[in-house]
Structure formats: structure tokens, C-alpha cells
Design a binder for this molecule. Structure first.
Ligand SMILES: Cc1cc2nc3c(=O)[nH]c(=O)nc-3n(C[C@H](O)[C@H](O)[C@H](O)COP(=O)(O)OP(=O)(O)OC[C@H]3O[C@@H](n4cnc5c(N)ncnc54)[C@H](O)[C@@H]3O)c2cc1C
Length: 257
């Protein structure tokens, strides 16, 4: 239905580019549209700009965002592009303009092939770090005493995804795909809580797109506190049991037991 609705619009408006959100749906629709229109398809684009020849240049990342490739479409034709969410800031024009909003009735439904489709939330324990909404990060400071067990328990009760800094991945405490940072993953959760993480540059490059950061650290001068919306200076072994207790009893923080 989507392809059959968009096809006449392309014929009518002759756009140079069609932008879609990069998601399982957007990438799928982009591929179908490209096949229908016999058009070039650039998927999972992280940036784009106008090149010297006035043709758009699309930027795609590879090798866990350590390499960026620039793509330019050789022919002048409508290009289908899917854009990775939360990577691009909203576009604000530098000069005032009033874009025209055109409402188009949807085309006739295509033959229905999927019935009773439902959505199920991913398990935070196995979900890709890049898609996690709440992340608890264990750092080397969690390797003392019961620090790691407390951190994992806290993440579990919070329904958060457990991640780590590089030293823990190097030691095999968590798999490499749970590591955040320059040689790990760049994440963009709504809430990220670090437990015993110093905040080395190679780590913080991976958390810059987090909406809110809470850091627990014994060192009041730890670099991570420069990034934190809320810093808790204290031992994990003292702070986490209290937070776990609050979660177990589902009491709002600060309320007397
Ligand atoms: C090329 C290169 C790439 C790298 N890539 C990455 C990467 O992708 N990701 C990454 O994480 N690192 C990466 N690193 C390593 C990075 O430089 C740091 O060494 C690493 O991030 C430090 O991890 P950490 O914060 O867990 O440990 P530490 O730096 O040792 O910090 C531990 C923190 O825990 C605190 N602490 C100690 N005990 C407690 C306690 N009981 N309660 C609370 N707090 C406590 C301490 O005050 C300290 O701040 C890379 C390094 C290089 C050279």
C-alpha cells in the first residue's frame, strides 16, 4: 500500500530525494521503493551534505562507527535514503521559509499478506545496546567486593540493559557487544547509570547522546561527573543496596520504609 501510494507522487513531484527513517520498517520500505522506481538506495545514512557538484553526498558509517564513507550518486535521479534515528539533529533553516504541507489520500490497499501482527518489547538482557532505553554500566570500580553483583541486580530490577567499560569486556566479564565507547558501541538511551566508571574519553564518546546520565563514583573529581545530570559520590556497596531496596519495595526514592 505504501509503495502504491508513493509511486504516483514521485511521478507527479519528481523529487530528487526521498528521506525515510531507518528502522526495520523504513529500510524495508526504502528497498521496495527503490526496486519499484529503479532508483538508487542509500540505507542507514548518518549525515548528508551538498557536494561540490551540487549533488548530495551521503555519509554512512561502518566498522562500528570507526570509519565513515561518503557516497555520491553518479546519475541525476530520485534517490531513496533512510536516515538513522537520533543521529541527525532536527533541521532548522537559516533563512525563514514556509514549507508546503501536502495531504495525500492513501492509495488503494494492496492484497493483505500479513494478519494479526503484534509488537512485543525486546528483552533488555538481549536487546542491542543501541536500542536500549535504560542502560546500567558496570566499570572497573564495580569489580571490588560485591560491586558487580549489586550492579547486575540493580539493572535487573530496573529492567535496564547491563553494559560495561572496556576493562570488563577485556576480562570477559561481559561480552564485547555490551561494551560502550570508541571501540564499543555508541548508545542513546533515555537514562544511563554508570557504576564505578571513571569517564575516560574513549568511553564518553559512546554516551554523548544519552538523554540523562547518573554517575555513581567514589571520586568526586572523576571525569564522568562532568557528563552526569546527577552525580552520587559514594561506594557502590553502600549506594546500590539502598537503591535496590527501594526498587524491591517499589517505593519512590527518599520515602521512609
Ligand atoms: C584506543 C583505545 C580505545 C579504547 N576504547 C574504549 C572503549 O570503547 N570503551 C571503554 O570503556 N574504554 C576504552 N578504552 C579504555 C579507556 O581509556 C579507559 O581505560 C576505560 O574506559 C576505563 O574504564 P573504567 O572507567 O571502568 O575503569 P577506571 O578508569 O579504572 O575507573 C574506575 C572508577 O571506579 C571508581 N571506583 C572505584 N571503586 C569504586 C567503588 N567501590 N564504588 C564506586 N566507584 C568506585 C574509581 O573512582 C574510578 O573512577 C580505550 C582505550 C584506548 C587506548
Amino acid at each position: 500500500m505504501y509503495v502504491s501510494s508513493i509511486r504516483p507522487l514521485v511521478d507527479r513531484y519528481q523529487p530528487s530525494c526521498i528521506l525515510l527513517l531507518s528502522s526495520s520498517f523504513g529500510d524495508d520500505l526504502g528497498a521496495r521503493l527503490a526496486a519499484e522506481l529503479q532508483a538508487p538506495f542509500v540505507c542507514q545514512c548518518v549525515d548528508f551534505k551538498t557536494g561540490s557538484s551540487e549533488r548530495p553526498v551521503f555519509v554512512k558509517s561502518s566498522h562500528r562507527r570507526m570509519l565513515y564513507a561518503q557516497w555520491m550518486i553518479a546519475i541525476r535521479t530520485c534517490t531513496i535514503v533512510t536516515v538513522v534515528p537520533e543521529i541527525l539533529d532536527p533541521f532548522y533553516p537559516t533563512t525563514p521559509c514556509s514549507p508546503e504541507l501536502v495531504r495525500i489520500p492513501a492509495g488503494p490497499p494492496a492484497r493483505q499478506r500479513i494478519f494479526g501482527r503484534t509488537h512485543r518489547k525486546g528483552d533488555p538482557k538481549t536487546i542491542d545496546l543501541c536500542e536500549a532505553e535504560v542502560i546500567v554500566v558496570a566499570g572497573r570500580g564495580a569489580l571490588h567486593g560485591k560491586g558487580y553483583d549489586l550492579t547486575a541486580r540493580f539493572a535487573d530490577l530496573l529492567g535496564a540493559t547491563l553494559a560495561c567499560t572496556r576493562p570488563l569486556a577485556d576480562q570477559g566479564i561481559l561480552p564485547f557487544d555490551r561494551q560502550i565507547g570508541q571501540t564499543g558501541k555508541a548508545v542513546s538511551p533515555k537514562l544511563l547509570i554508570t557504576c564505578g566508571v571513571s569517564g575516560a574519553f574513549e568511553f564518553t564518546v559512546g554516551i554523548e547522546r544519552s538523554a540523562k546520565i547518573i554517575a555513581i563514583n567514589t571520586d568526586a573529581n572523576a571525569r564522568i561527573l562532568q557528563y552526569a545530570d546527577l552525580g552520587i559520590v559514594g561506594q557502590l556497596e553502600e549506594v546500590l543496596p539502598e537503591m535496590i531496596d527501594q526498587l524491591q519495595h517499589q517505593r519512590p526514592f527518599g520515602e521512609a520504609p
